[in-house]
Design a protein around this ligand. Structure first.
Ligand code: C2O
Length: 549
């Protein structure tokens, strides 16, 4: 294993999309941002210097950060932001993971333009559990807003409703030919016939789960969230914001005399306004005969068909196909006995509205979102520091509820009062506790699928279903043999998922919906995992350059 150094200079950069130029926050002027590459076991040392007027933090999404929570990145959870003119060095080791992860800003909505791939190769001389691909290609989905990102977030917080309508989805930063004024900004993947390509797919979109398909080509899913799975074939994949997946694409054995469109479009089950447009890119075969661009253009273009916008059946079936390898080399270390059981309801609700705001929630309220009826209030100092220095009083309370306060029919009629409570509450766990967490979607303001992301851990998705979770019947059907292991799971619209994990990582760990608008409305909470007894079970001391609030 080696140490790899990177420099991230946060700078403004003018970028034109859809015939509209705006200044965006970037890393080293690149959009999407630079690739970070490491092998399993390597140490990454990434110096981030802030040259813009916004506060900055960077999160290494999916990296376990064993005992190194100081490098995790969510603003006011594990660190204070890096202020203008300051630097901070993120220093961590990549343990037990190989595949594709990603990095993104974790403050305000800056991840709209600040994101890039984090590629983890296997240890030297360790092969993939599938044939070595001819080439590896990142495919990153994003969302492009003509408006300024800060304007969008303040609109989301003031009014709720409407603001998360982007102007385009993008593949590797490019919206593609189905948008006005965008044909020249089309992602093209040039391939040779008869080869296998490894697509490293990342959903960096702010607010939408996406279907993705390539016309006339079958995709083989081999890995999700940097964990190998049992390979399976599919025409279409479904990927939520925060999730990543490695996918094999076998090209046709001979030059096909055609080009093929690849498309991504959202999977949406909630009501309201959203962007249901389509990003397209082109899969183009290198021709053995003609090399002129003109003649390539004359080839017919095949188009894929994607599932319908609210195809919950596809979503449920796709989720069922994801299974851990569960081999001696790649075991599924699923907790069989459970020390702590939690039942969290997640969903949308409302908050009373201040006067002089235009509030679009029911009865003059503004939208809120909550976990167990608590809408998380972001503190003004970092939780991890408050915990480490023993100064938690006035910052957070360690009294997050094990169950929701009021039980009701979560997938039936909404209760009369849709208002939620507010607070900065943490759930405390002992070191290495085995945890079972059931996440129940509520239909208080419409059933909606929520991609729940847990920092600091991978978890096993042991069960899922529609309707209300039944604690007598449903656990009997849990898969404790080869459940998929990941860091972000789509909690089904009008349904539930059950996850299990070992709390083997001391620190403060954020858990939130990876739809940015829901995070802003409060669909988030944090876990506090206490130190174990042994020296190697304790949170490391903070680095000396840790930013101050
Ligand atoms: Cu990808 Cu808390 O984030």
């Amino acid at each position: 294993a080696i140490t790899r150094h990177y420099e991230f200079n946060i700078t403004m950069q003018k970028v034109t999309r859809l015939c509209h130029t705006k200044s965006i926050v970037t890393v080293n002027g690149q959009f999407p941002g630079p690739r970070v590459v490491a092998r399993e076991g390597d140490r990454l040392v990434i110096k981030v210097t802030n040259h813009v007027s916004n506060n900055i933090t960077i999160h290494w999404h999916g990296i376990r950060q064993l005992r190194s929570g100081w490098a995790d990145g969510p603003a006011y959870i594990t660190q204070c932001p890096i202020q203008t003119g300051q630097s901070y060095v993120y220093n961590f080791t990549v343990v037990g993971q190989r595949g594709t992860l990603w990095w993104h800003a974790h403050v305000s909505w800056l991840r709209a333009t600040l994101y890039g791939p984090l590629i983890i190769l296997p240890k030297k001389n360790v092969p993939y559990p599938f044939a070595k691909p001819y080439k590896e290609v990142p495919i990153i989905f994003g969302e492009w807003f003509k408006a300024d990102t800060e304007a969008i977030i303040s609109q989301a917080l003031q009014t709720g409703g409407g603001p998360n309508v982007s102007d385009a989805y993008t593949i590797n930063g490019l919206p593609g030919p189905l948008y006005n004024c965008s044909t020249k900004d089309t992602y093209k993947l040039r391939v040779k016939p008869g080869k296998t390509y490894l697509l490293r797919v990342i959903n960096a979109a702010l607010n939408d789960e996406l279907f993705f398909s390539i016309a006339n080509h079958t995709l083989t899913v081999v890995d999700v969230d940097a964990i190998y799975i049992k390979p399976f074939e599919t025409e279409t994949i479904l990927i939520t914001p925060g999730q990543t997946s490695n996918i094999l694409l076998k090209t046709k054995p001979n030059f096909p005399n055609a080009n093929f469109l690849m498309k991504a479009r959202p999977y949406v089950t909630g009501q309201g306004t959203f962007d249901n447009s389509t990003v397209a890119g082109i899969l183009e075969y290198e021709s053995p005969f003609l090399n002129s661009v003109i003649s390539m253009k004359k080839l017919p273009l095949h188009k894929p068909t994607l599932p319908s916008l609210n195809d919950t059946v596809f979503a449920a079936n796709f989720a069922k196909k994801l299974r851990s390898l569960a081999t001696p080399q790649f075991p599924a270390n699923v907790p069989r006995k459970v020390d702590k059981k939690f039942f969290f309801t997640i969903g949308l609700g409302t908050n009373p509205c201040d006067q002089n705001q235009t509030c679009q929630g029911p009865n003059g309220t503004k939208f809120a979102a909550s976990v167990n009826n608590i809408s998380f209030v972001q503190p003004t100092t970092a939780l991890l520091q408050a915990h480490y220095t023993g100064q938690s009083s006035g910052v957070y309370r360690p009294d997050f509820p094990v169950n929701p306060f009021h039980r009701f029919n979560y997938t039936g009629n909404a209760p009369n009062n849709t208002n939620v409570g507010n607070g900065t509450k943490l759930m405390v766990l002992n070191f290495n506790a085995s945890v079972e967490l059931v996440l129940q979607d509520t239909s208080i303001l419409g059933a909606e699928s929520h991609p729940l992301h847990l920092h600091g851990f991978n978890f096993f998705v042991v069960g899922q279903g529609f309707g209300n979770y039944d604690s007598n019947k449903d656990p009997k059907k849990f898969n404790l043999v080869d459940p998929v292991e990941r860091n972000t799971v789509g909690v089904p619209s009008g349904g539930w998922v059950a996850i299990r994990f070992f709390a083997d990582n001391p620190g403060v760990w954020f858990m939130h919906c990876h739809l940015e608008v829901h995070t802003s409305w409060g669909l988030k909470m944090a876990w506090l995992v206490l130190d174990g007894k042994l020296p190697n079970q304790k949170l490391l001391p903070p680095p000396s350059d840790l930013p101050k609030c």
